[in-house]
Structures are given as C-alpha cells and as structure tokens.
Design a protein around this ligand. Structure first.
Ligand code: ADP
Ligand code: ASP
Ligand code: MG
Length: 446
C-alpha cells in the first residue's frame, strides 16, 4: 500500500500522556508528508506481567490485589489522558474480573483463557489510545480509526500446536503474505491513521491467541509485510540496537546499520529490543526496519536492511538470555550405539519443544531450551523429563543464562578472544557452543 508506514510502540511508549503526545506528533508529521501511519501498540508497561500472573493467583484465591493493580494502572493513564475509564475499557476490565473469578472457583486455568485475559492488555491500551488521539481539538481529530488485530492476523495451524495447547494459544505464528484486500480496506477509509494491537491474533476457530512474550514487534512486522509498507519503525525506550544492552552496559555503542541477518542473530541470542520472530517478515518483503526512541524522536536510531557494511571477521555485539533450562541426558548406552539422539530428539518433538544449543560427549548430551521459542513451564519440563527416562538418566539444570558473542567469522579471530575467556574465571560454565554458521559463540553459565 503506497505510503504506508507501520509504527510499533512498546509498553513504556504508551504509558504516559507525554508519550501519547509524542505518538501523536510523529503520526501527524508523517501524515503531513503524505504517508499513512499504521500504529501497532503494546499493553501499558507492566500490565502484561500483571495479567500473566493473574490467573495462577486466582486459582489460589489471591487475585484481588492483582485486579486492583491492573485497574489502577489504566486509571492513572486514563486520568492523565482526561478520559473516562469506564466509557472505553469497561468490557475488558469486566472480562478479566469474570475469568479470574471463574478460575478461583474451578481452580483451573486453560491456555485459551490465559490468552483471552492477556489480550485485554493490548485491547485496553489501544482503546484508550484511539480515544485520546481522536479527541476534539487534537491534530488527528477525525483522522484515526481502531482495528482489531484479530480480524487480520491469522495463526497458522501446526502439528505441534495441535499437540501442545500452550504453544497454540501462547506462542502462535501467523501468515504474512501481502494482502491487496486488506490494503484496499485500509486505503478506502476516511481516517488516514490506523491503530491496532500488537501481540494478539486469532486462530482458525476464532479464538484469541498470543504471539509469545515481546511479540508485538512481530505483529508489527506481519502488518508491514501484509500491507507492503515502505518501512517498519519500532519505537521503544532506547535509541536503537546497541553493542550490548545499554541498561546493563552504559558504555555500549549504538549500531547505526545492521543487515537482517545480523539483527536476527542479535535478537535470537537475546537482544530484547527486537523479538526474534520479527525479522523474517520484513526480510522477505525487503522492508527496512528502523529502531527509534519515543522519548527522543529527533535521533535516527538503527536501520536494519539488506545492506550492511562487510567488515570481515569480528565480534559485533554481546547478547544475553536468562531463564534458560538445560536438560542433561546421561547414558552409558549411547557409546557406539545407533539412534540414541534420534530417540531423545523425537521425545522433545513429541512434547512440542524446540531445542536451542546442543553439546555432546560419549556419555552425555546436554541441550538448552529457549524460553522465547517455547512456552515453558515446570509442568511441561516435568512431563519431558518423565518421557526421557526411558532412554537415559535425564535431569534439569538451571535456569541458566546464555552469554553470546555475536558477529561473523568468529572462528578466524578466536586467538584474539583470550581476554574474553578471562571474564569467565569466576563463573561456572555449563556449556560452550559455537554456531556452525560462525555467527556466534555462546557460554551458558549459572
Ligand atoms: P518495548 O516495550 O518497547 O518492546 P523492550 O523492553 O521489549 O521494549 O525492549 C527494549 C529494551 O531492550 C531496552 O530497554 C534494553 O534494556 C533492552 N536491550 C537488550 N539488549 C539490547 C541491545 N543490544 N540494544 C538495545 N536494547 C537492548
Ligand atoms: N505486551 C506483550 C508483552 O509484554 C507484548 C509486547 O509488549 O511485545 O509481552
Ligand atoms: Mg519488546
């Protein structure tokens, strides 16, 4: 769709009046240039965490405070936006309350209800957002419309999803083929600015599903591809992708330009600023992705595109991931035996779990599971361990953290990484893995 720009605003970017005024200014300035802003929003900062914890608390009958905290967060924002909370988000607040009450009575939570409750975060932030942007006297008055993302993003059904309901409802993937039909629908609207939700989609039966924690970036990338947008902008609380998490490493440097491949590797290895599934749709559509800071819109940030400087062998950045369980599988029977790996990997498959890193020895295979790629909970891990016992002695280690050096041709510069290894002197290293594509070297530590 000609002139369409998809803008994604994360949790902190939609949490105060000041941020919403920035969103308004940014959208208005694009509109002035003749572009069509298509805005994708996350839930208000902190709300998805509150909603995620709500139903497990409800099962124990301890949800009252949590419900109040969810209400208060939206009340504070609505007051700042001078909106009547009840007028705009009463149905969602009531739904959350009803489901929590139901869970406290039945003492049961299904992934389907969990998805339904969590989707309310994005529904509420966008309903307040559209009311604010459309207010009388605002520059966008009469020019903003609200879309339900579930009318456009359809989850792809998979065999694993059918076997594993947690995966189906909480970590879905969607189709993102360009759709002339949706483009025509958006183009035909009188309002030139559209606002919709990140994180949520719909399955073939019309149930609400989620794209995994942090998945709003991926929603925005799906929309960019479907609408054939001229660019995707991820607006967040840091001014781009850095050589390390700037909140942990203040001396980290901004990476002004990255290729899709480099950004993919950084995101996959834990740079939370981009959800790892958001790169594929923009790469396929060759849509440039910009990472920018809502508090400082004057900064250029990072541009991810097909072009990137080829700088030879180097470590470009450090990414970390935490909350990673390791599964250690010990057996004497594996030595010179045929099919041990096939048997244990089949077990992971049948439990719908995707393996991340692998290390092997004569008697042991240890693998790591990525919490972003898997909907992991202790029930799922216990069931896995139980099935694995038929082949080996399996145990869970961790949760651990993975520290990755990300770059290219790292094998060629290993000799220069001596000082890096010294940094691990005081850490217990469980696993070292060097990616076969030579794009990262990863240390899994306690
Ligand atoms: P949003 O709510 O806008 O989606 P996130 O919290 O998901 O924001 O992502 C932004 C955060 O990502 C930053 O606040 C920063 O702490 C973290 N981060 C981790 N690694 C990096 C990195 N390499 N560059 C920039 N930010 C990073
Ligand atoms: N609100 C969701 C989360 O916190 C999705 C997102 O913000 O990307 O995981
Ligand atoms: Mg995010």
């Amino acid at each position: 769709m000609k002139g369409c720009v998809v803008l994604k605003f994360g949790g902190t970017s939609v949490s105060t009046r000041e941020r919403w005024e920035n969103i308004e200014k940014i959208a208005a300035s694009y509109l002035e240039k003749g572009e069509h802003p298509f805005i994708v929003c996350s839930a208000v900062s902190g709300v998805s965490n509150l909603l995620e914890a709500l139903l497990p608390l409800a099962v124990k009958g301890e949800h009252a405070e949590q419900l109040d905290a969810i209400y208060q967060k939206h009340k504070v924002l609505a007051d700042a936006l001078e909106l009547d909370l009840e007028e705009y988000i009463k149905p969602e607040l009531e739904l959350i309350q009803r489901v929590a009450h139901g869970a406290s009575l039945t003492q049961e939570v299904s992934p389907r209800l969990h998805a339904m409750v969590m989707s309310c975060g994005e529904l509420m932030s966008t309903k307040l957002g559209v009311a604010f942007l459309s207010r009388e006297g605002g520059v966008l008055h009469g020019n903003v419309s609200w879309e339900d993302a579930r009318d456009h993003l359809r989850a792809v059904s998979t065999q694993e999803g059918e076997r594993n309901l947690t995966r189906h409802y909480l970590s879905a993937r969607c189709g993102f083929e360009p759709s002339k039909e949706m483009q025509a629908k958006i183009e035909a609207k009188e309002e030139k600015v559209t606002i919709t939700q990140g994180f949520i989609a719909c399955d073939s039966e019309g149930h609400t599903v989620l794209l995994g924690r942090g998945g709003s970036d991926t929603s925005a990338a799906y929309f960019a591809s479907i609408l054939e947008a001229s660019r995707l902008e991820i607006w967040t609380d840091v001014p781009g992708m850095f050589t390390a998490n700037p909140r942990q490493v203040p001396s980290a440097r901004l990476l002004k330009k990255l290729s899709y491949k480099e950004a993919q590797e950084l995101a996959s290895m834990g740079a939370k600023v981009l959800h790892p599934r958001c790169l594929d749709p923009v790469k396929q559509g060759q849509i440039p992705l910009h990472i920018r800071c809502t508090q400082q819109p004057e900064l250029d940030g990072t541009v991810v595109s097909a072009q990137a400087a080829d700088v030879g062998a180097q470590v470009k950045a450090i990414s970390t991931k935490s909350g990673i369980p390791l599964i250690s599988m010990e057996t004497l029977g594996m030595w010179h035996q045929v099919g041990f790996l096939a048997d244990v990997f089949q077990t992971f498959k049948s439990h719908g779990l995707s393996i991340d890193q692998v290390a092997t020895s004569e008697t042991n295979v240890t693998v790591s599971l990525d919490p972003v790629a898997n909907a992991l909970d202790s029930k799922a891990l216990d069931a896995l361990l139980k099935s694995l016992t038929q082949f080996c002695h399996a145990k869970r280690i961790g949760p651990c953290a993975a520290v990755s050096l990300v770059g290219q041709n790292i094998r060629a510069i290993l000799h220069k990484l001596g000082p890096v290894l010294e940094a691990f002197e005081e850490h217990h290293i469980y696993m070292v893995s060097q990616s076969s594509s030579d794009l990262n070297i990863t240390f899994v530590v306690a």
